[in-house]
Design a protein around this ligand. Structure first.
Ligand code: FAD
Length: 404
């Protein structure tokens, strides 16, 4: 079967690699690099990234690691130790599991009830789930902000419950050696060694549809026929590439309603360890920053010798990007007084280059109104899958549909 893939991000590369053993796979990427929001940008000896924090939410035991192994992509993923920490109000770190130390006696007394709610509370949002208790909300906001780039208020309780279930099942985070690029390079190698191709500077201008079925893609004016088309660019952008007469009104209504999650990443060149370990350090007591990591403790090649790559993340709370960035920079000054570091890069992620194309809990699955046209990537994450783990679960769902 001939397969065209629109976009060489992680979703497109995963689906392409999985099919390339038995099918003729061709990936078309508009940029001069593949990897989308999951690859490296070399700068001043650091391996910055186009998006992700060089972190895989469930490490070597999660859905992404398992799919990488199944498709034959050789990636070394190292678990972080500790699994995560919290920074307290007086700037000390405590292990994630000791979160109760952050709480007053009154808020702590709600722990048994909250444990019950993390199993049964499937309606409303996470803020409701924690009774809008300000102490619990600070913790919930920093976790939702770091892991999903949303607030507790904007995270459905059902998705949080599903995420807790997958976390119990798959375990804690890890860092791929070589950073994000280590993962996407391994996938591109699999595709090419199976006879497939990844064409760069190749923007797909439209999707050919015949009798309601995908028939191929048009790239730079060239019509390329294929048996199926897989899109890695989300439902909404995909729908703009084919004739609007195929858009079912209900589907059109839904894809125009769902929203991406937006965020800001501030990257620091640290002359001394700031976090002191590779895991996520959650920061509940800031104005904006939700968490920070320093993955060069696991892979020193991500920073120049003797230095560290330190990255903070914050969800976008208001549309005033400049103001949000200023508040984030102020947080970092307050968190690391007297430490030696400089700001390497500030990136904001929204619109068509967001943190998540569809905010967690609102994903739309792989199917489209056009037969033989499927969506993969972070507009089609699997239930309970954080970030790239959701992408891997979504690609598994697609492969199940494809096999039937
Ligand atoms: P993309 O990476 O967006 O890939 C789509 C590709 O399609 C792009 O390369 C694009 O150029 C191409 N394209 C678009 N239109 C066309 C066209 N018409 N023709 C051809 N090509 C086209 N996840 C984690 O698991 N861990 C993290 O630490 C983490 N941190 C993050 C931090 C930030 C700041 C951000 C922004 C994201 C983070 N994520 C993280 C999320 C993760 O990076 C994304 O979910 C993931 O990379 C999205 O992959 P994708 O394949 O779905 O989409």
């Amino acid at each position: 079967m001939k397969v065209s893939v629109i976009g060489g991000g992680l979703g497109g590369l995963l689906a392409g690699a999985a099919l390339s053993k038995d099918h003729d796979v061709h990936i078309y990427e508009q940029l001069e690099i593949y990897g989308g929001r999951f690859t490296n940008l070399p700068y001043k000896g650091f391996q910055l990234s186009t998006g992700a924090f060089h972190m895989i939410p469930h490490g070597p035991t999660g859905p992404l690691a398992s799919l990488l192994r199944d498709v034959g992509a050789n990636v070394d993923i190292v678990k972080t130790n500790p699994e995560a920490t919290f920074m307290t109000k007086d700037l000390k770190q405590i292990p994630f599991r000791d979160f109760n130390e952050l709480l007053s006696a009154a808020s702590r007394s709600r722990i048994p009830a909250l444990v019950m709610r993390t199993v049964t509370h499937k309606k409303g949002n996470v803020a409701d789930m924690v009774w809008n208790d300000p102490e619990w909300l600070a913790i919930a906001d920093s976790c939702c902000g770091w892991a999903l780039s949303t607030t507790a208020q904007n995270t459905p309780a059902s998705e949080a419950v599903a995420i807790l279930t997958t976390t119990r099942k798959y375990g804690t985070p890890g860092v791929p050696m070589g950073g994000c690029k280590g993962v996407v390079d391994a996938l591109a190698d699999v595709i090419e060694s199976n006879g497939g191709s990844v064409s760069l500077n190749s923007k797909v201008d439209s999707i050919m549809v015949e009798d309601g079925k995908a028939a191929g893609v048009v790239v730079g004016g060239e019509r390329i026929s294929s048996d199926i088309v897989i899109s890695n660019i989300g439902h909404k952008l995909t729908s703009r590439l084919y004739d609007g007469k195929y858009l079912e009104p209900k589907y059109a209504g839904v894809i125009n309603k769902v929203r991406p999650s937006a965020g800001i990443k501030i990257v620091l060149a640290a002359e001394e360890p700031l976090v002191g370990h590779p895991a996520a350090m959650f920061t509940p007591y800031t104005q904006r920053v939700n968490g920070i990591n320093e993955v060069s403790h696991i892979d020193p090649s991500l920073a120049p010798e003797g230095m560290h790559l330190t990255m903070s993340h914050q969800t976008m709370r208001t549309p005033d990007v400049q103001k949000e960035i200023e508040l984030g920079l102020q947080d970092l000054k307050n968190l690391f007084p007297g430490k030696k570091y400089s700001v390497l890069m500030v990136q904001s992620y929204r619109d068509d280059w967001p943190v998540n194309r569809i905010s967690s809990g609102f994903d739309l699955g792989n199917l489209t109104p056009v037969r033989g046209l499927f969506v993969v990537g972070d507009g089609a994450k699997g239930k309970g899958g954080i970030e790239v783990e959701g992408i891997a679960l979504g690609v598994r769902n697609f492969l199940d549909i494809f096999d039937k």
